[in-house]
Design a protein around this ligand. Structure first.
Ligand code: AMP
Length: 402
């Protein structure tokens, strides 16, 4: 079975084509700058064929049509016909509290309405995801389309974890609560952790740390999410590339009183804060580690604050879980950034984590394995995430009627 996975942004279409027989990626790539005369597609196939060309993509429909044309192009030779694609899995960011959004679902008019209904909760993402759904339905009208919600895995949070201590009416009337994000990544690494730790999923208590340009931690009890660091929006929680994470909400009122508009404060906290804000240099961890090593104090402070915030969340989740089988790192930083992992693991030595420096150095670039010593009371693992594969598996399940 061949499954096409789409992850659409407002001006981009990221895609992967899977052969589900052995879960291999036949082709993957991205259309960038959709809607501009500079639109471009880059595509790479399993056997190393590359495409990097300007295309005519005034909208997502044309962008996707170009992708599908390339996939059946005889020079690329990945598909004989588009009809070989039996399912299309879409990353959809926000499903809200609706029970239909607690698991992946076949897309029909009602599901489209649900994505639209939740647009106020994800104003940047849901409309872009819808453009991708509409484009795929136009290009492949008889193919099963599946929505894989980013929020689904976090729908198991208990009320004491998802409610904010705000006037009750804010939840009842306006839906103010913790929804969380990155759920597909946390779910994937939780399932992989059950495999590599060789433990039944429903007995697994772990803390998953998705550390990328955006970042979040999830406390998992019995294989289910019981707390999560992102909130009603992705702004809460860790220090991120450009997002502030946890701050005193009073800062917003204070800055407003100093003459900043709500829009300016919103832009600053989402786009000019985090690692970028602290360092005033870069939002990129690799850059910052280089600058810190070269003596930049502000870059070092950004790295230190990033580590410190991760450790605070691990400590909090350690306290709420009945026991912890492992801490799991994933995401660009979690999978690759040795000094960040080292910094975190050394700080949680108090919880029983004992770093193995060789393992830390050798586990990167897609490798999976422990970075703590044998016998470490609290094992710490690196498990590379694969959200696209998770989406493809769910799509296969739903296409097969599951
Ligand atoms: P993501 O959003 O998951 O793609 O992660 C992006 C983040 O991962 C950026 O801050 C990158 O600097 C960081 N990253 C990727 N590779 C490395 C690396 N080799 N060392 C340190 N950070 C890295």
């Amino acid at each position: 079975m061949k499954i096409f996975v789409a992850n659409c942004g407002s001006s981009s279409i990221k895609f992967q084509l899977f052969s589900m027989a052995n879960e291999t990626v036949l082709a993957k790539g991205v259309v960038e700058r959709v809607g501009s005369p500079e639109a471009n597609i880059t595509l790479e196939t399993e056997n190393g064929k590359m495409v990097d060309v300007r295309i005519d993509a005034p909208d997502h429909k044309e962008g996707l049509k170009n992708v599908l044309d390339k996939l059946v192009n005889s020079e690329i030779g990945v598909l004989a016909s588009i009809d070989e694609i039996e399912g299309v899995g879409h990353r959809v960011v926000h499903g809200g509290e609706d029970p239909r959004a607690s698991d992946s679902i076949k897309i029909d008019a009602d599901v489209i309405a649900l994505v639209e209904k939740n647009t106020p909760l994800a104003p940047l993402h849901n409309p872009a995801n819808l453009l991708g759904i509409e484009a795929a339905m136009a290009a492949m009208p008889t193919t099963t389309q599946v929505a894989v919600w980013d929020t689904a895995f976090l729908s198991t949070l208990p009320e004491k974890a998802y409610q904010y201590a705000v006037p009750r009416e804010w939840y009842d009337k306006y839906g103010v609560r913790r929804y969380g994000f990155h759920g597909t990544s946390h779910r994937y690494v939780t399932l992989r952790a059950a495999e590599v730790l060789d433990k039944p999923l429903d007995e697994m208590n772990i803390i998953t740390c998705h550390l990328g340009n955006g970042g979040s931690l999830t406390a998992i009890q019995g294989g289910k999410a019981v707390d999560h660091s992102m909130g009603m929006t992705p702004l809460e929680g860790l220090v991120m590339g450009t997002r502030c994470g946890d701050i005193d909400p009073g800062i917003i009122f204070y800055m407003h009183s100093q003459g900043f508009s709500v829009e300016e404060i919103d832009a600053a906290l989402n786009k000019k804060a985090g690692l970028l804000g602290i360092s005033a240099q870069s939002n990129d961890m690799r850059d910052l580690l280089g600058k810190a090593a070269a003596g930049s104090e502000s870059a070092q402070l950004a790295v230190d604050m990033f580590i410190y915030r991760v450790v605070k969340y691990i400590g909090a989740y350690y306290a709420i879980l009945p026991s912890v089988d492992a801490v799991v790192f994933t995401g660009g930083i979690g999978e690759n950034s040795l000094p960040v992992r080292e910094g975190v693991v050394k700080m949680i030595a108090s919880l029983g984590a004992e770093l193995d420096e060789d393992r830390n150095i050798n586990t990167r670039g897609g490798a999976c394995g422990p970075i703590t010593a044998n016998g470490s009371k609290l094992p710490v693992w690196v498990i590379p995430t694969n959200e696209e594969l998770m989406i493809a598996r769910d799509t296969r399940r739903i296409v097969a009627g599951g």
